[in-house]
Ligand binder design. Structure first.
Ligand SMILES: Nc1nc2c(c(=O)[nH]1)N[C@@H](CNc1ccc(C(=O)N[C@@H](CCC(=O)N[C@@H](CCC(=O)N[C@@H](CCC(=O)O)C(=O)O)C(=O)O)C(=O)O)cc1)CN2
Ligand code: MET
Ligand SMILES: [Zn+2]
Length: 776
């Protein structure tokens, strides 16, 4: 048992891994393209790890007691755990992540309710499991005894916990019916026990085991009541019995440990783990003493790891100070609610002089990862030494909050009035039968129409043109010409391929959310606020800080230009309100439902302008519909009601002869099937290739009876599907539902692909659609 509280100077559950200048991205991509060797890559990553650990010490975390998390991963922390357990071979790490000639990549899916994506490990009853990779031990030693002779840092290795690992894993192909990954708990715990012994032998005082699945009903679906509690008790009973182990911090971010079927905080408190990190942003602190917690340090996750607003430090300090008494914890220290993986590095990396369109007032309202570390350190100091010891910091935080609350643009009466006046009529289109007839008449499409999801490859030339424009090295006119040339080429290519409903290809979009945020009032965007989305891929989530409105059309010019080049219909392409919120940092002073209505109204104006300009097909993408779904079932209906309504407000002004499409991807749709129907889109395209079209009968059984475009090829891999494969997929689809409803399209946009595989794949898609069409 710890005699003093663990991490008295505060701690964080994890730190961004991509590097403040995206060093990890650049190193990975250089290696994958063959420009650097595996040894060079390893050297760069080791330097990044060491620099990160020392940076966290410079920000105020203790260098000697395990307060600095060792939360690095070369690609994904769930894949790392699979390698640790020998389920994926260490020397084929990137093949598991990205696929190669010999194997497809592991499936990728959303990490809880975030825009981070993890690789889904596969495990069967016979999969050998052992302690197979000692990376956490090597990384610990590398910082504790640095080869450069510089300052050592005693880090706290961070590993996905055994229960969460198995709850996130899927049954390997060929596993017998009824097998569940959690059936392998004992084997996995044995391997983790060996890891703990090795860490202890290396001198690690602490290890952090992340168990976020314990807060999510969605991750634990299919377990009997009590089963999860029993698994946690069993796993941590074994792990705490390991001789020579480090002290164990169990972290439960993204929700509340106590609101599922089982009170898992009580189960963990009753175990011999030395510290438990709870998320007090998404969850609540227990208001009565928890048995067993008296011998445990509670790491109070007060600083939001999932958002970028500067915290109300005075309020948090009061809350922290009360926790020991109310919860019965033996000791309390301050931490982040989640890893800081989800926020950019440093507010001070942006320029705030107003010259590049960023409102200088925002600088004082924000806290990125580094500012959050400082907030944690301040609160921990306040907790130890009293509020007076940090009086100046508390006052500065309060002043920034007051400034933000009163700032112009935060409340815009005209926007509030318009949202308040919305009625059911605004969210209701003509009956589907009437729409279908009007659209058939206007569009005259063949059976099994072919289309794509919107983006075509974002080539290095496109990125370079945008980069030059942003730097002032190219004029507006030059940039516009470059994008129009790209659009023209994309239209020509689609006509040559014989696609039926064309797209303009989205070359002008840096990102499907940021592009809109840059043009909407109420948003700010960063120049370098990168956040890892998966592997080497990053996004710069915009900051939604004020009431949202649309000063001018955002997409009409590009879409109209594309339509002027062809007689085939060109789809207008918009990002939906829920996805815009999900992939932004959203204000915390207004209910999400109200913010969504404002964004929906801005999009409604855009749909109006597009259709007035003659656009007959408008797609409103909602790939993040599933992402914002609350992790607890009880909270889901309210979310689904406002999210569906926002989509319907955005599209509700479209006349019956306008075909509204939507697109969803990156998730299991099971839990949102009714909501998909509720969107009332005329055509829905979904990711389906990796699940052999299962979504088609599922949607049909749920009563969905409008157009459906199950993705027939997995665009996340460079592999070109054969015509025969696509034909088979389409055949499955037309057998499952009325063939008149089926569309042929890829899984998702093509922006991350190259032209070579894109052209070949689309050629096969069109050939397959024609072949199946002939059989109808
Ligand atoms: N926001 C968001 N979330 C999402 C998705 C999405 O599309 N957007 N898709 C899903 C999966 N996630 C993804 C996330 C990112 C990327 C992606 O391709 N990201 C790009 C960056 C996209 C971008 O912002 N591009 C900018 C800036 C590009 C850039 O890095 N430019 C260079 C310079 C380039 C040059 O001069 O050649 C630089 O700044 O250093 C642009 O095109 O303008 C990357 O990491 O490489 C793909 C999928 C789910 N979540
Ligand atoms: C992540 S969903 C992407 C949809 C978007 N229209 C595209 O094709 O890129
Ligand atoms: Zn998609």
């Amino acid at each position: 048992m710890p005699s003093t509280p663990a991490f008295p100077g505060g701690t964080i559950l994890g730190y961004p891994r991509i590097g403040r200048r995206r060093e990890l991205k650049r190193a990975l991509e250089a290696h994958w393209s063959g420009r650097t060797s595996a040894a060079e890559l390893a050297e760069t990553l080791a330097a990044l790890r060491l620099a990160t650990a020392r940076h966290l010490v410079a920000l105020g975390l203790d260098a000697g007691d395990g307060s600095v998390p060792g939360s690095f991963s070369p690609y994904d922390h769930v894949l790392d755990a699979a390698v640790l357990l020998g389920i994926e071979p260490a020397d084929r790490y990137f093949a598991a992540a990205r696929g190669d000639a010999t194997r497809p990549p592991l499936e990728m899916t959303k990490w809880f309710d975030t825009n981070y994506h993890y690789l889904v490990p596969e495990i069967g009853p016979g999969t050998p499991v052992s302690f197979a990779d000692d990376a956490p031990v090597r990384w610990f030693t590398e910082a504790a005894q640095p080869a450069d002779g510089g300052a050592p840092v005693v880090t706290r290795p961070v590993v996905v916990g055994p229960v969460t690992f198995l709850l996130l894993a899927t049954a390997a192909p060929g596993a017998p019916e009824g097998f569940r990954p959690l059936d392998r708990l004992d084997d996995v715990v044995t391997a983790y026990g060996e890891l703990l012994a090795a860490l202890g032998a290396a001198g690690a005082p602490w290890v952090q085991l992340d168990e976020p699945a314990l807060v999510a009903d969605t991750a634990t679906a299919g377990l009997a009541p009590g089963e999860l509690a029993a698994a946690v008790e069993r796993a941590y009973g074994s792990l705490t019995a390991v001789a020579g182990r480090p002290q164990i911090l169990v972290a439960a971010p993204y929700g509340d440990l106590r609101t599922g079927d089982d009170d898992l905080l009580a189960v963990l408190a009753a175990s011999d783990v030395e510290a438990i990190a709870v998320d007090l942003v998404r969850g609540e602190a227990p208001s009565r003493p928890v048995p067993g917690l008296a011998t445990t340090t509670l790491v109070a996750g007060l600083i939001d790891g999932h958002n970028i607003w500067r915290a109300d430090l005075a309020a948090h300090l009061d809350q922290a100070a009360a926790l020991a008494a109310t919860t019965g914890a033996g000791a309390v220290t301050v931490g982040t609610s989640t890893s800081l993986l989800h926020v950019p590095h440093d507010v001070d990396d942006e320029t705030w002089d107003g010259t590049d369109g960023r409102d200088p007032r925002l600088a004082a309202w924000l806290a990125f990862a580094d500012q959050k570390v400082t907030e944690v350190v301040t609160l921990a100091n306040g907790l130890r030494h009293g509020a007076d010891a940090v009086g100046a910091q508390l006052a500065a935080a309060s002043a920034a909050l007051a400034d933000r609350a009163a700032a112009a643009g935060v409340v815009v009466p005209a926007v509030r009035d318009r949202a308040a006046a919305l009625g059911d009529d605004d969210a209701t289109r003509a009956p589907y039968a009437e729409r279908a007839a009007a659209q058939a008449d206007r569009l005259r499409l063949p059976a099994l129409p072919t289309t794509t999801i919107g983006s075509f490859p974002q080539t290095p030339q496109i990125r370079a043109a945008r980069n030059a424009w942003a730097r002032g090295a190219a004029t507006d006119a030059e940039y516009r010409t470059a994008m129009r040339d790209e659009i023209a080429a994309v239209i020509t290519l689609q006509e040559e391929l014989g696609l039926d409903v064309l797209v303009h290809g989205e070359p002008e979009r840096n990102d499907m959310v940021q592009y809109f945020a840059e043009q909407l009032d109420g948003f700010a965007v960063t120049a370098g606020g990168w956040v890892q989305s998966y592997g080497s891929r990053c996004v710069r989530p915009p900051i939604l800080w004020g009431d949202v409105s649309r000063p001018a059309p955002m997409t009409v010019e590009w879409t109209s230009y594309a339509q002027s080049l062809t007689t085939r219909p060109v789809k207008g392409m918009l990002t939906g309100p829920v996805t815009i919120l999900a992939w932004s940092f959203v204000r915390d002073d207004l209910p999400l439902a109200d913010v969504a209505a404002q964004v929906a109204l801005a999009l409604r104006d855009e749909v109006g302008d597009l259709t007035a300009a003659g656009t007959a097909v408008v797609q409103v993408d909602e790939p993040a519909l599933r992402e914002l779904l609350p992790l607890r079932r009880a909270d889901q209906p309210a979310y689904l009601a406002w999210s569906v309504r926002a989509f319907r407000v955005a599209t509700g002004g479209a006349g019956p002869d306008v075909q509204v499409h939507t697109h969803l991807c990156y998730s299991d749709f099971g839990e949102v099937i009714d909501a998909i129907d509720g969107l009332d889109a005329d055509v829905t395209s979904l990711e389906a290739a990796r699940s052999r079209m299962e979504i088609v009968p599922e949607l049909h059984e749920a009563g969905y009876a409008r157009g459906i475009g199950p993705g027939v090829w997995d665009i996340h891999s460079p592999r070109v599907p054969t015509t025969a494969e696509v034909t088979e997929q389409l055949t499955l689809a037309v057998r499952a539902v009325d063939p008149a409803l089926v569309w042929a399209n890829p899984d998702c946009g093509l922006k991350t692909r190259g032209y070579e595989e894109t052209t070949a794949s689309l050629r096969n898609l069109v050939a397959a659609a024609h072949a199946v069409r002939a059989t109808l």
